[in-house]
Ligand binder design. Structure first.
Ligand code: COA
Length: 335
């Protein structure tokens, strides 16, 4: 589609990176752990395998690796970064923010570093925050990382959730750029509806239910989810958020070249395709390899799509994600 020429500084996605652990956990492996089958998992979710981080490593390790790879692709030394945002629901520690560990691992100091918790919509939330920071003129180069070690908050005895999740990190370097350089972040639209908070939560370990022997025994520190309700919310809100961001920028679904929908379930993505009328072929999917990596799923997919030539200069990319909260977000990028 035709490029839109915008005068003045804009937010540019200058580089993307990703990091996933080497260890693969297949559906066949899961068949030996819980009462499930490869056929059920593939038919109901589209997932064939996921990655698992070895013990001893934490979210900041994957986040730092993804951050370095994004800076490399942007051809910017990490010392150029002037803010660091980590989207995660699996922080290294309860406090401080994982972003400060990432800052240390990148050999940086002084720059602001903070986490945001918007679950699977976290990366898109991060884009929205970084965009506002850059547009304020006070920042020139902001790193947004979505990083999750979901294997550490998964109940490996619960077949209704453990087949879904995986570990990984994806990152984007955003810069304040002059017109004409490409990769323009056009807009970000965010939303949330706390009425659905109980549908997907980790109830224990917070201020409401501090960790005790009882909370541990009752498995209150792992993901609890009403899968069917989350499914419905996901299709509805990811489609609506996509429509909002298109409409307010004078674009239609016909203008969209590539869709990066949160990789939660292939059937959810099919539902979004049906609801929005965007053909499934325009969705870039890699859920079969990684499962649901929460905030990391959209940037991992984008990073792979660029590498595979699926996201090309001039393409209009639509991002849409939803997670616990429920919180959702959509973004438009003219690559
Ligand atoms: N293997 C085999 N059977 C399983 C199973 C598994 N891993 N998990 C559930 N089942 C069974 C259920 O127990 C149920 O059996 P029953 O009919 O005897 O009660 C049956 O399969 C159907 O369960 P249901 O929950 O209706 O399946 P579903 O088609 O809704 O798929 C999810 C379940 C979890 C895959 C689906 O609801 C989903 O993806 N939801 C969204 C989850 C999500 O994306 N969460 C994160 C959002 S960011």
């Amino acid at each position: 589609m035709a490029s839109t020429h915008i005068a003045g500084p804009y937010t540019r996605v200058a580089g993307l990176g990703r990091a996933v652990p080497d260890r693969v956990l297949t559906n066949a492996d899961l068949e030996r752990m819980v009462d499930t089958t490869d056929q059920w998992i593939v038919e109901r979710t589209g997932i064939r395998e996921r990655r698992i981080l070895p013990e001893g490593q934490a979210t900041s390790d994957l986040a730092a690796a993804a951050a370095r790879s994004a800076c490399q692709q942007a051809e910017l030394p990490v010392t150029q970064l002037d803010a660091l945002i980590v989207a995660t629901i699996t922080p290294d520690t309860q406090a401080p923010a994982t972003a400060v560990y990432v800052q240390q691992k990148l050999g940086l100091s002084q720059i602001p570093a903070f986490d945001i918790a918007a679950a699977c919509a976290g990366f898109v939330y991060g884009l929205g925050i970084a965009d506002a920071m850059l547009q304020s003129g006070r920042y020139k180069c902001v790193l947004v990382v979505g990083a999750e070690i979901l294997s550490r908050i998964t109940d490996w005895t619960d077949r209704t959730t453990c087949v879904l999740f995986g570990d990984g990190a994806g990152a984007a370097v955003l810069t304040r750029a002059e017109a004409g350089q490409g990769q323009r972040l056009i807009d970000v639209s965010l939303g949330a509806d706390g009425a659905h908070a109980a549908q997907l939560e980790i109830p224990g370990g917070g201020s409401r239910e501090p960790t005790t022997q009882t909370t541990v025994e009752q498995r209150r520190h792992v993901v609890r989810m009403n899968g069917r309700q989350v499914f419905t919310q996901a299709v509805k809100n990811m489609s609506a958020a996509a429509a909002t961001v298109l409409e307010r920028n004078g674009r239609t679904t016909a203008d969209v070249d590539v869709v990066f929908a949160h990789q939660a379930n292939l059937r959810i993505i099919e539902g979004i395709s049906q609801r929005t009328g965007i053909p499934l072929e325009r969705f870039f999917n890699n859920i079969e390899k990684y499962g649901n990596t929460s905030s990391a799923s959209v940037p991992i997919a984008m990073s792979e799509a660029v590498e595979q030539g699926r996201l090309k200069r001039g393409d209009l990319a639509l991002l849409t994600a939803l997670g616990a909260g429920v919180a959702w977000g959509s973004a438009l990028i003219e690559w």
